[in-house]
Design a binder for this molecule. Sequence first.
Ligand code: SAH
Length: 366
Amino acid sequence: MTLSPGDTSTEFSKHIPGLIRRLADTGDLPDEELCRLLEQLFCHEAEEYRDILYKTARKVSVQTFGNKVYVRGLIEFTNYCRNNCYYCGIRAGNKKASRYRLTKEEILLCCREGCALGLRTFVLQGGEDMAYSPQDIGDIVAAIKQTWPDCAVTLSIGEHSREDYLLWRQAGADRYLLRHETADNAHYGKLHPPKLSLKHRVQCLYSLKELGYQTGAGFMVGSPGQTIECLVKDLRFLKKLQPEMIGIGPFIPHRDTPFASESPGSLTQTLVLLSIVRLMHPKALLPSTTALSTIDEKGRELGILAGANVVMPNLSPDGVRKKYMLYDNKRSEGSEAAQHLDQLASRFAAIGYTIDFGRGDAPSFR
Ligand code: SAH
């Protein structure tokens, strides 16, 4: 389809179903068309078109994964961090954060509990906390894999050397989550202090892939300074990297960060992006994130209905959950807690989905 410069929004909108179909059939569109599609789908009046998009994405997800949602136990094992990302509540500069770190034994206890609950993937997430040596992290991973050989271990602890990534891979880590945050250089600079660079983050992602990790990238929707052009760059970057997992959630401000008075990302825009990413990556593992369920009571379900197929309920010890505050009001109770998988299961049952208790590897790693 060619766009004539005289096309008005309404003129263009009749092309939307065709574009969605082409995106579903071919898994991609030229940047210019992705840009127009996002612009249109973000319009308040585009409800009818968004429904077509969600339905198409959901169908693609069900074709690959069935009406099933994978569960991962999320263990937030340290909120110490050496970095100062402007959006993040556990940034080093937040002197109000009450800091904690779990011992290896405490982490193993979480896994023990998770295993008893039926979970087969543990996601160890934290700030870049240098109090754990690379060997310490390796020992923790090895201990989990030794005790529960049928479980997958995912690390999500930021940017490290290729050497450290290799050490942890050899210790048995299966997967690594490292959102690229934004694929636009100037935007990256607005979200991070000068010390951090998109170039280095991307290098880390390529190292992780090379080392055989199932690798996760992703970004926040509605982060300060984000434009539609930034989002198209994110989509292009993901298409090039071909990650096994893609994490997308709304930006939510945290009161003790430089972005305290910014507005949160929108539910609709997040759902639209989830669906578009699903159509561009039919086999990717796509979580319906905690941030999504924080901005909307039905966020988790809406994410699944827009094509997501993973959830990561919280398995951190009770006493620390409130301290891993990446953003204001981050949810960790009720169906967000691994201890209440029954609640989660009944919420999914209500939309026609069941929990899958398998390891849930990416299709290309099975
Ligand atoms: N230190 C690790 C883990 C970071 S926390 C790392 O660097 O990867 C995990 C994710 O939470 C981040 O990648 C970011 O995308 C998201 N996050 C952080 N602050 C947020 C906020 N204010 N709103 C929404 N998501 C946020």
